[in-house]
Design a protein around this ligand. Structure first.
Ligand code: FAD
Ligand code: UDP
Length: 400
């Protein structure tokens, strides 16, 4: 049964840990404390408890499970993602099979349009985008390739997020689709961001307008949150929500900690703060069945303050007389959502990583724990790989 500890009053927590979490004589109350109930923390909790038979305490400072993938039914009864659109896609059958133990799925292929003037054009750039933007009739891949080839400005080496795009489509298309969006999203010019950021959005010469090409493109049939609840529903698992690691740290609750929050926070910012980009989500419900033609519309122009708008019913397949949407405004401060891929940030992260390597009792996992701009499936893959390593390192091969 999923045991959810209600948020405890901060003062009480400071005074004494709840009785049941006191260290037992002659050993720890748990085998593992896991910080963060997003994908990284939940997958490791599930594996350690259900596969290795370990006693696991998982805590999250938020009042819910799921981390940034958390979803919920709003006051109008519409399923929305609290922290922006989360679309599951992966090429890994192992990861898909693993999650399938906890949820049924609905097929969903994500499509995105970019608002350019009064047109809404497919992004990633494809042949339709070019034909509609320039009033052309490029009839096949070869024609589109020639068109882009004439505009591309090759550069060597390709280092930055500007280089990646300009070398494929030239400066004009780069400005229309990437420059403004990236400046808004990251507060940086693409020339100051690692190439991996815009390389996430490829250029196509065919008319495939799907945002992702992965083999598995699905959404949890009943939402992400019930999937997480099933993962954590085990006798060996105790879930403490509304609980910051700081509140239970140093109490000897377990010999090993798995930390999926920001690694610089764990070390009290010893080498300085790692930069993260934050977002503000403005959620609205409208009294119409459909608000957008596709799940997400991007706004590359810097004249518009938000980066994208999402209509959740496209993603969830829910049928409802009303519809809920969210606007995303990028912010320098707030909850840490995106590690910022730049060489100097990587150098700072490496300092923290080196510290982490010296500690056998703590393992860092996840987007914030390892400062990597990972999608959900990559975080799950990283967590499953970490579990395999832990089995060897901590001898968790024998279930207790
Ligand atoms: P998180 O989900 O961030 O979980 C970490 C948890 O740790 C949080 O709940 C936090 O509250 C908790 N925590 C941190 N510090 C502490 C502490 N000190 N004490 C207690 N708790 C703590 N991926 C996709 O595959 N597809 C998408 O479409 C997609 N869209 C995205 C859209 C947005 C706007 C964002 C921000 C991300 C998106 N992602 C998407 C990425 C996805 O959110 C992440 O890959 C995934 O959620 C990371 O899981 P995690 O467990 O590493 O981190
Ligand atoms: N990007 C852009 N214009 C777009 C879509 C993406 O400039 O219309 C750039 C931008 O820098 C963005 C990055 O490509 O941060 C990655 O886009 P993705 O949609 O993968 O971002 P995420 O969903 O992770 O926020």
């Amino acid at each position: 049964k999923l045991l959810v500890e209600e948020a405890l009053d901060r003062k009480n927590r400071a005074a004494a840990p709840p009785r049941k979490f006191r260290v037992k004589k002659g050993g720890s109350a748990y085998d593992y404390v896991i910080v963060g109930a997003g994908f990284a923390g939940s997958v490791l909790t599930e594996r350690l408890a259900a596969d290795a038979g370990k006693r696991v305490l998982i805590c999250d400072r938020r009042s819910h499970v799921g981390g940034n993938a958390h979803d919920y039914y709003n006051d109008d009864g519409i399923l929305v993602h609290r922290y922006g659109p989360h679309i599951f896609h992966t090429n890994s059958e192992e990861i898909f099979d693993y999650l399938s133990r906890f949820t049924a799925w609905r097929p969903y292929e994500h499509r995105v349009l970019a608002q350019v003037g009064d047109q809404r054009l497919p992004i990633p750039i494809n042949r339709t985008t070019l034909n509609r933007l320039y009033g052309l009739d490029l009839s096949d891949d070869a024609a589109a390739e020639r068109f882009l080839g004439d505009r591309a400005e090759p550069c060597h080496p390709i280092r930055t997020s500007r280089d990646v795009v300009v070398s494929q489509v030239g400066t004009e298309l780069y400005r229309v689709f990437f420059e403004g969006y990236t400046r808004k999203q990251w507060g940086l010019d693409p020339a100051d961001l690692d190439k991996s950021v815009t390389a996430r959005v490829p250029t196509r010469t065919n008319i495939d307008d799907r945002y992702f090409l992965d083999r598995f493109q699905v959404m949890p049939l009943h939402g992400y949150t019930p999937m997480f609840e099933r993962m954590l529903d085990h006798d060996n698992i105790t879930v403490m929500l509304g609980t910051d690691y700081a509140d239970i740290r140093g109490q000897g609750l377990a010999p090993h900690t798995i930390f999926t929050g920001p690694i610089d926070e764990y070390y009290n910012y010893r080498f300085g703060q790692l930069p993260y980009r934050s977002l503000e989500f403005v959620h609205e419900t409208h009294d119409v069945r459909r608000f957008l033609p596709v799940g997400v519309v991007n706004y590359p122009s810097e004249d518009v303050p938000y980066t994208r708008v999402t209509e959740y019913k496209h993603l969830t397949g829910q049928v409802h007389a009303k519809t809920s949407i969210s606007y995303e405004f990028s912010r320098p401060d707030g909850d840490p959502y995106y590690p910022i891929p730049r060489p100097e940030n990587q150098i700072l992260y490496k300092q923290y990583e080196a510290l982490a390597r010296q500690l056998d009792q703590v393992t860092f996992v996840g987007r914030l724990g390892t400062y990597k701009y990972y999608n959900m499936d990559q975080v799950i893959g990283q967590a499953l790989a970490t579990y395999k390593r832990l089995r060897l390192r901590h001898g968790v091969t024998d279930p207790i």
